[in-house]
Design a protein around this ligand. Structure first.
Ligand code: GLU
Length: 384
């Protein structure tokens, strides 16, 4: 197995990272926060106690909390029936304020002030808004507040959605340059088999790199209440690792889990940072922006961008999917449809369709103008 370190080596690295951590994002899922009766106040009290203690030790912390839809569903007596999008959004509007009321109560009892932040994907995909949100969060840290973030479910339509709070937590972690993202969920961590079916399945303590083998393990688990499941947590951990952060997935229902973690107990699965760190702008292109279209490349172009560090020229494009404008994000695919790179295009889709497969020197003749020789300049191209 390539992704695991020896137990001791992994735990040592974890220890060093946690000892040096100054900024933390803690994500808590609906399955942890709610029971069949509604919000699970005792779990929330535990969480508030641990987070306040960490705050008082000098850490800057953001809580990414799910639970709005689940709390709204319970409080409005909607039972377990599937809800359509509008119903979920209405339930979230009701549930979010119920959720914040409990957080305010339990944190106030510990003299910790909290602040609500509701975000849509659009808020982070726009670079100006992205930077503005970051400054606002830093101001909250200066004021000793503990921001509590959730997706703004009530206004999020399909293209504005994060989809799950694991992704939102990972983007928040990178936004503020947090050292560690902790995902509190209803399982102990990542197992190398299905513990419900296989008695030999073991908890993986440390993941050095999220590779295919790790992704396959995530297939075993899915939680009934949240939207994410293990796969989205693994993908979130990968996003964080690419920017040099660490992640932990552990069971949020266990009393004092955060205290135990920082006291050195080997709880959960820890994901180590990647050695080569992506710059903030590259990471934003690769992970925050969503592709508006896809360019399928021939073998030569795949080679040129993967190994040669080259820009993407029109000659290597064999197919264009979707409709995008100048400056929009697209993904480059190889002939098997595997994503290779993300980038920002210099031409709109309708123009790329006319010049695909042609030489750069022919652009002027075909389109009547040349904005640039490349479809995607190397500086705006990030390997995935
Ligand atoms: N934003 C949703 C809520 O608060 C949760 C999304 C998720 O489960 O990841 O209910």
């Amino acid at each position: 197995m390539t992704f695991q370190l020896g137990i001791d080596e992994g735990l040592n690295r974890r220890r060093q990272i946690l000892d040096g951590a100054r900024r933390l994002v803690v994500k808590v899922g609906s399955a942890v926060l709610t029971t069949s009766q509604g919000l699970n106040r005792s779990v929330m009290e535990e969480l508030a106690r641990d987070l306040t203690a960490l705050r008082q030790s000098g850490m800057e912390i953001i809580l990414v909390s799910s639970g709005a839809v689940a709390a709204g569903r319970k409080a409005l007596g909607l039972g377990n029936r599937p809800l359509n999008m509008k119903e979920k959004q209405a339930a979230a509007a009701f549930g979010q304020s119920a959720l914040m009321r409990v957080y305010e109560d339990i944190f106030e009892a510990r003299q910790q002030k909290v602040a609500q932040v509701l975000l849509t994907h659009n808020d982070l995909a726009n670079r100006d808004r992205y930077l503005n949100i970051r400054n606002t969060l830093f101001t909250m840290f200066d004021w000793q507040l503990l921001p509590i973030i959730n997706e703004n479910d009530t206004v999020s339509v399909k293209e504005l959605r994060f989809g799950d709070n694991d992704t939102l937590a990972a983007m928040t972690t990178n936004l503020i340059g947090a050292d560690v993202m902790i995902c509190l969920t209803d399982v102990d961590g990542l197992y190398n088999g299905n513990p419900a079916l296989d008695p030999r399945a073991q908890l993986v303590h440390t993941v050095a790199r999220v590779d295919q083998e790790v992704e396959d393990m995530a297939g075993h688990v899915h939680s009934a209440l949240g939207t994410g499941g293990m796969r989205s947590k693994i993908m979130a951990a990968r996003m964080v690792a690419a920017r040099g952060g660490s992640s932990l997935i552990c069971c949020g229902r266990e009393a004092g889990i955060l205290r135990r973690l920082f006291a050195g107990e080997p709880v959960g699965t820890f994901f180590l940072p990647q050695d080569e760190i992506m710059h903030s702008r590259q990471h934003w292109i690769a992970y925050t922006l969503r592709p508006k279209g896809f360019l399928v490349l021939d073998e030569g172009a795949c080679q040129a961008i993967m190994a040669g560090g080259k820009s993407l020229l029109p000659s290597g494009i064999i197919e264009i999917r979707g409709d995008f404008g100048i400056g929009d994000p697209v993904h480059c695919l190889d002939g098997n449809g595997e994503p290779l790179a993300a980038g920002l295009v210099n031409y709109a889709a309708r123009h790329v369709r006319k010049i695909q497969g042609r030489q750069s020197k022919e652009i002027k003749e075909i389109l009547g103008f040349v904005d640039s020789e490349e479809i995607i300049h190397r500086d705006n191209l990030v390997l995935l």
